[in-house]
Design a protein around this ligand. Structure first.
Ligand code: 2AM
Ligand code: CA
Length: 290
């Protein structure tokens, strides 16, 4: 097991920094933020950040809590949070914080949302934690050490064919007219057991990591949506790339994850959809036998 030091535990003998486990404090913080979200759940006041991009008091309170704790414990670490928190000092460490992933669900009382946090060291994501307070499910991964759900190792599914798979995707809450995902949704629905769109990218990635889903894709996500979840999938034996099979990049507008076994088949389907080789939709009149 390889652990990364934050330099806080320098040894008197060797002068070498001692390994420091970030996962434990990260999980404690995610749980605390998740419980804070629950105290607002069902009684939120909705504001509008953009077009129909909902933001609630809970998003801001959760981010404030997380940023305050990180700043106290690791004052020299950089961070980026969905609700606008930024610290960019050139530190080797950088946090990605999504204080409430699934805000639209949360605002409507639909219990699919979570807290997501990842920690990067010298450009490599080394730890990620996602906590779903509605089910008390704590997903955690450390680079090189596997993924856990409530302390137990998790693995991606063994489903080997798209036609036997359950897949997930998501749609953004604004600029919906320009999102091409409905075409992918249609085609993959025709070729699988179904495509779910539950509204939290971070939880979608967790569910892929623990085998509830066999694959997942989405357009136009931000770094805080994917940073922890992608590590969870990879550490659980899954694969995450862009739509051409190239390496996933944290700033990429494309994320395609699978249980590894399905990846080649999915990439083939995606290339066909991008090239326009698709099954057309019957007209409404045709479907209704009018
Ligand atoms: P949020 O709930 O934190 O906003 C929905 O499938 C996923 O997309 C959620 O994880 C959601 O995160 C994210 N999302 C919602 N609106 C978005 C937008 N306009 N751009 C990018 N991601 C968005
Ligand atoms: Ca988010």
């Amino acid at each position: 097991m390889r652990k990364i030091t934050d330099g806080a535990g320098a040894s008197g003998h060797s002068g070498m920094a001692q390994p420091k486990d970030f996962l434990h404090p990260m999980q404690e913080l995610a749980r605390e933020a998740g419980l804070l979200l629950m105290s607002y759940f069902g009684k939120v006041t909705i504001e509008y950040k953009g077009d129909v991009d909902l933001v609630t008091k809970a998003d801001r309170a959760s981010e404030q809590l997380i940023v305050d704790r990180i700043s106290k414990q690791w004052p020299d670490h950089d961070l980026i949070g969905e609700e606008g928190s930024r610290r960019e000092t050139g530190s080797d460490f950088r946090w990605y914080i999504d204080p409430l992933d699934g805000t639209t669900n949360f605002a409507h009382g639909f219990p699919v949302f979570c807290v997501s946090m990842a920690l990067e060291h010298k450009g490599e994501r080394i730890a990620g934690v996602i906590y779903d307070p509605t089910r008390d499910e704590m997903f955690a991964a450390e680079k090189g050490s596997g993924s856990l759900l409530n302390g137990r190792a998790i693995h991606v599914s063994q489903t080997a064919h798209l036609k036997e798979s359950l897949v997930a995707t998501g749609f953004p809450s604004h600029k919906r007219h320009k999102n091409p995902n409905i075409h992918f949704y249609h085609q993959i629905t025709l070729r699988s057991h179904g495509v779910r769109r539950a509204g939290s990218a971070a939880l979608d990635l967790c569910y892929l990591a623990c085998g509830r889903y066999d694959a997942y894709w989405e357009f136009n996500l931000n770094s805080w949506d994917t940073a922890a979840g992608v590590l969870l999938v990879e550490e659980a034996g899954g694969k995450v790339t862009n739509y051409s099979g190239g390496p996933f990049n944290i700033d990429s507008r494309e994320v395609l994850g699978s249980n590894t076994l399905l990846h080649a088949e999915l990439l083939k389907e995606f290339q066909a959809i991008i090239a326009g080789r698709v099954e057309g939709l019957p007209s409404v009149a045709e479907s209704l036998h009018l």
